[in-house]
Design a protein around this ligand. Structure first.
Ligand code: HEM
Length: 383
């Protein structure tokens, strides 16, 4: 069979002059939902986007599995992370064959065994839960900053500097993509100061394990950037769901609540790669250099794979999810480095929360570098 051209793929309607760029920048969720609907109607698992370079979005388990499993063909270095200085470095931009060795070096620091040794410290760092009404999004933001400071640096990183470093990531594009050389110099100096202390006096936080590794300080900086908004948004949504569905607010249900939160609102809503060679996907010829996207948001809401996908139903987690359809932490060798850390921090926070009720809020998912609620999400202790 002769493979067809990319132009035969379904695509959402374009706008004159800019293809999909405007919709991609202003409202990407309706755009990709439309693309997925058209692809499903054509019995395909891929649709095309016109973003100035050849681009495709796939959402089927088969596509996810291939993209996440074939690191030679699907390269990270040409993806979106490369244009965000915060994420353009360390393991995130390292491709095969070096990637595997890099992950093997740093995985143990973020493994369950090491994290368990940090747990008492992160639990103690949790800020108090306010007495009256409070915005769960703003509270999660500052709580995660403190928890990460405790896990990485035993709470010793200048908290104002950490806040200034991470704040631009949450702003709409192009703010996170702007170079910030002076800020990065200050952050790197603080990292070196704390690393030197650990190398000379010892320590057991994440920085103490990363400090002796070549490139370890860059890994600390890049992974902090990958950690903060993702964990904040997941926590804020989880608190909001608990406040709206208080019957699920028991320690034995929290794991299912977190899974369901991440299914409906995956902070990593879209992942990107570039094709290092031409690829034939089900008879469609994808040229070398194509921007290849996978979409945890679409896969986790696909009506062909999930019952009532738009509903918050933690009970669905009594059964295993469909394979390669639930990817809030990605998958394969590039599975999120901080998955266990994020889960530990969030679950510990949920068990420390009193019974809550929801007051008012705007939980509309807003996709930026990560997907988060528009907010505020006002909740209060149940009296
Ligand atoms: C709920 C919180 C989090 C979510 C939803 C999340 C999501 C993700 C996703 C979807 C990926 C794969 C991206 C891709 O395939 O392109 C990823 C990778 C990554 N995450 Fe997370 N993440 C979270 C927390 C964290 C934390 C706490 C850290 C801190 C270590 C972290 C560090 C990383 C790094 C370094 C990578 C790149 C791994 C590689 O390419 O080998 N993440 N994350």
């Amino acid at each position: 069979m002769i493979a067809s051209d990319l132009s035969t793929l379904p695509q959402p309607p374009t706008r004159p002059g800019n293809g999909h760029l405007q919709d991609w920048a202003l409202s990407p969720l309706p755009l990709i939902e439309d693309g997925a609907r058209r692809a499903r109607a054509a019995e395909m698992d891929l649709f095309r986007l016109r973003l100035g370079i050849p681009a495709v979005v796939g959402f089927s388990p088969a596509w996810n599995r291939r993209l996440l499993g074939d690191l030679d063909t699907f390269r990270s270095a040409g993806g979106f992370s490369a244009v965000v200085p915060y994420l353009a470095g360390g393991v995130i931009l390292t491709d095969a064959p070096l990637h595997r060795r890099r992950r093997q070096t740093i995985n143990p620091s973020f493994g369950k065994k090491h994290l368990e040794t940090l747990r008492a410290r992160t639990q103690a760092a949790l800020p108090p839960i306010p007495d009256g009404e409070f915005d769960a999004l703003a509270w999660a933001d500052s709580a995660v900053l403190r928890l990460l400071n405790a896990a990485y640096f035993g709470g010793e990183f200048d908290s104002q500097l950490l806040h200034s470093f991470l704040a631009p990531l949450r702003r709409p594009f192009p703010v996170p993509a702007l170079p910030r050389p002076l800020l990065f110099v200050r952050v790197d100096a603080e990292l070196r100061r704390l690393a030197t202390r650990r190398l000379t006096q010892g320590g057991d936080d994440l920085l103490a394990v990363l400090a002796p590794v070549p490139g370890g300080l860059e890994e600390a900086r890049v992974s902090l950037a990958a950690a903060h908004d993702t964990t904040t948004h997941a926590l804020a949504y989880a608190v909001w769901h608990l406040a709206n569905h208080p019957q699920w607010h028991t320690p034995e249900h929290h794991s299912a609540v977190l899974k369901e939160t991440l299914r409906l609102h995956p902070p990593g809503w879209m992942g990107s790669r570039r094709l290092s060679r031409e690829l034939d996907w089900n008879g469609i010829r994808l040229p070398r250099g194509t921007l290849a996207l996978y979409a945890p948001y679409l896969s986790a809401r696909d009506p062909q794979l999930w019952d009532d996908p738009q509903e918050f139903r933690p009970q669905r987690w009594e059964r295993k999810p469909p394979a390669w359809a639930y990817l809030p932490f990605g998958g394969g060798e590039r599975l999120c480095l901080g998955m266990h850390l994020a889960q530990m921090l969030i679950l510990d926070v949920l068990s420390a929360l009193p019974p809550l009720r929801a007051f008012s809020g705007d939980d509309t998912p807003v996709p930026g570098i990560t997907l988060g609620p528009r907010g505020p999400l006002v909740v209060a202790r149940q009296s």
